[in-house]
Design a protein around this ligand. Sequence first.
Ligand code: SDX
Length: 430
Amino acid sequence: MADKNAKLTVGGGEHGFDVLDGTIGPSVVNISSLYKDTGMFTYDPGFTSTASCESKITYIDGDEGTLLYRGYPIEQLADHGDFLESCYLLLYGDLPTKPEKEDFVSRVTYHTMIHEQMSRFFSGFRRDAHPMAVMCGVVGALSAFYHDSTDISDPRQRMIASLRMIAKMPTIAAMAYKYHVGQPFVYPRNDLNYAANFLHMCFAVPCEEYKVNPVLARAMDRIFILHADHEQNASTSTVRLAGSSGANPFACIAAGIACLWGPAHGGANEAALNMLSEIGSVDRIPEFVARAKDKNDPFRLMGFGHRVYKNYDPRAKIMQKTCHEVLGELGIKDDPLLDIAMELEKIALNDPYFIEKKLYPNIDFYSGITLRALGFPTNMFTVLFALARTVGWIAQWKEMVEDPSQRIGRPRQLYTGAPKRDYVPIEQRR
Ligand code: SDX
């Protein structure tokens, strides 16, 4: 629905713009003709008030603290479903019937191996390379091995590439971990479910049988669900922008991985655990909270705050519950970092600065403690985030490619540099 009831008076004239309403959430003012009508651009660094696209995949209500995948609340999907069911939902738009689910699981399962020659690709990296650096390189290299699914104009190739990405990310992530710790790669197992297979590829060794703990596999699967998609966040926007030029899906996902790595985004789970370790004890919390509030100190509480959520991140609540489940299953009675995290949360949520700025724990606040308890080193945390977010990136990429109004993304700027001036020969320069 649209009508021109948004008026802008600028440059001596009044201009009307359509207001478009979504199913739920804020309406938008369609300003695509603004430059043609007024000769002016909008200006919104960080895109705090800008909708970059129309999407049917994920909806976030930041004030309410709700998150819906294709309309289903994250709490219900995390409690009742599994990750591959959420993958199907994000990709196809509806929950699968039993036969559809079985077929999808089978198609993913039989794409989990990677081209054998790719395993030699890892040996080009230093052993102490950050696993996210390895992920950027290896995922980008997938397009060098799977040419038969890079023609994005072919719906069949788009779906094969999507399945390959979802299926192969756990294998590549586990190989990045094994390479980092100097252990042999472990091949995927078709008799294990998605999360159990991933844990097996990470923690099994050739010398003995490795039994995956089903409680931990369920927790891993739920953590994947929580990280699967999140509307137009920085890495998803990166994937969409890369894809808008027609780049192949593997290259687009590699771009998303690179963006996710930043500590303000997916790198925050690694940074949050490092921060808790740096705080070291509950009695040092006030010192760090003071630093987080100090405008002259760049320090921020990692795992706190969010561009959209101005309420508790619903994923953080589920993550905290999962954290207690995992620690309980492992018999970890008192994890000092968890004690610090819970005390820090309590102090921050009662501090006027955090209340006024609506800063709450986000998904990265408790994930690090949980992932460390599961056996992962800190530098693998963002790799796990990338593994889970791959389905969201792919679903958003597919939606963008299949959108008939899709064009290459090409923002403009406010230029404040030097006006036109003539070249000065070097002898005449002062
Ligand atoms: C993810 O977008 C997504 O959906 C991302 C994500 C996903 O699933 O894809 O949810 C995953 O990236 C979660 C966020 C993980 N990042 C962190 O935990 C890093 C710490 N958080 C901050 O860097 C920050 O909160 C951001 C980056 C998350 C949000 O930044 P914004 O929206 O640009 O907000 P801001 O930096 O302008 O902060 C608003 C105010 C500022 O104070 P003023 O300038 O108004 O005085 O709040 C302050 C900030 O200084 N602030 C913090 C803070 N976060 C914001 N102060 C202390 N500690 C913090 N963590």
